[in-house]
Design a protein around this ligand. Structure first.
Ligand SMILES: [Zn+2]
Length: 238
């Protein structure tokens, strides 16, 4: 193989590495994951809002329940005094009886308030439950995508490692000056520095070279560098 042919082998490996790197950074699962993460973000705001409203309802219910507990305790205390025998004056007993009745009316109002608070809270609890289930679904989807990305990446990384080994072996066969020139051109020309001359066409830019130029190139010694006069790539003659 001539140094020029070696260059083509090197170019094939470099192209393979570029393709693998492109595949690695453009995995379709990555786009799907980004989409899923965007919906998760929007979803969090909805869930936070629903949770906030549910928590307000829970607090409101608890306030009424606490008030009810205090009234119930007062009723117990007053009734205890009433039936303890420690109070015997009829007027005092009457006053205590009136207290109990008034407290019981308050108790009944508060019991109604608790029922109302529970009715307010119920649909809010349900809304939070539904949203949490949906978020769990989204989370699970994101986890699956992450696993798929990890698996695909590992496969591509393995291919990249073997291409890197093959590239190093191919590069060892190319004279250092030529290799440096090739690397420079590759950086400048979108990754393709060496192209086959097929007939009168450069396979790098797919343009035809003028007949006089083809004639000149054909006369060059096999290891002498020739470049496409259109794209500047190294032309490898058959
Ligand atoms: Zn060209």
């Amino acid at each position: 193989m001539t140094a020029m042919q070696d260059l083509l082998v090197l170019q094939d490996h470099d192209a393979a590495v570029d393709r693998l790197r492109h595949r690695l950074s453009h995995l379709p699962e990555r786009a799907a994951l980004a989409e899923k993460e965007a919906s998760l973000g929007a979803f969090s705001a909805r869930l936070d809002d629903a949770t906030g409203r549910r928590d307000d309802a829970v607090r409101a219910q608890r306030r009424v329940e606490d008030e009810l507990a205090i009234v119930e305790q007062k009723i117990t205390d007053v009734e205890k005094t009433l039936y303890s025998g420690s109070v015997s004056a009829p007027r005092e007993l009457q006053a205590l009886q009136a207290d109990v009745e008034s407290l019981k009316r308050h108790q009944s109002t508060l019991e109604d308030d608790v029922l109302v608070a529970m009715e307010v809270r119920e649909p809010l609890d349900e809304a939070v439950r539904v949203l949490e289930a949906e978020r769990a679904n989204l989370d699970e989807g994101a986890q699956q995508l992450l696993a798929a990305i990890a698996e695909a990446s590992a496969g591509i990384e393995a291919e990249l490692a073997s291409e890197a080994t093959a590239r190093a072996a191919a590069a060892a066969d190319v004279p250092p000056d030529l290799l440096a020139h090739y690397d420079q051109l590759r950086a400048k020309l979108g990754g393709v520095a060496a192209a086959r001359l097929v007939g009168s066409t450069c396979s790098g830019c797919h343009l035809s070279l003028p007949a006089t130029e083809i004639d000149r190139i054909r006369r060059l010694p096999p290891d002498e560098l020739a470049h496409c006069d259109q794209c500047g790539r190294i032309l490898v003659r058959p």
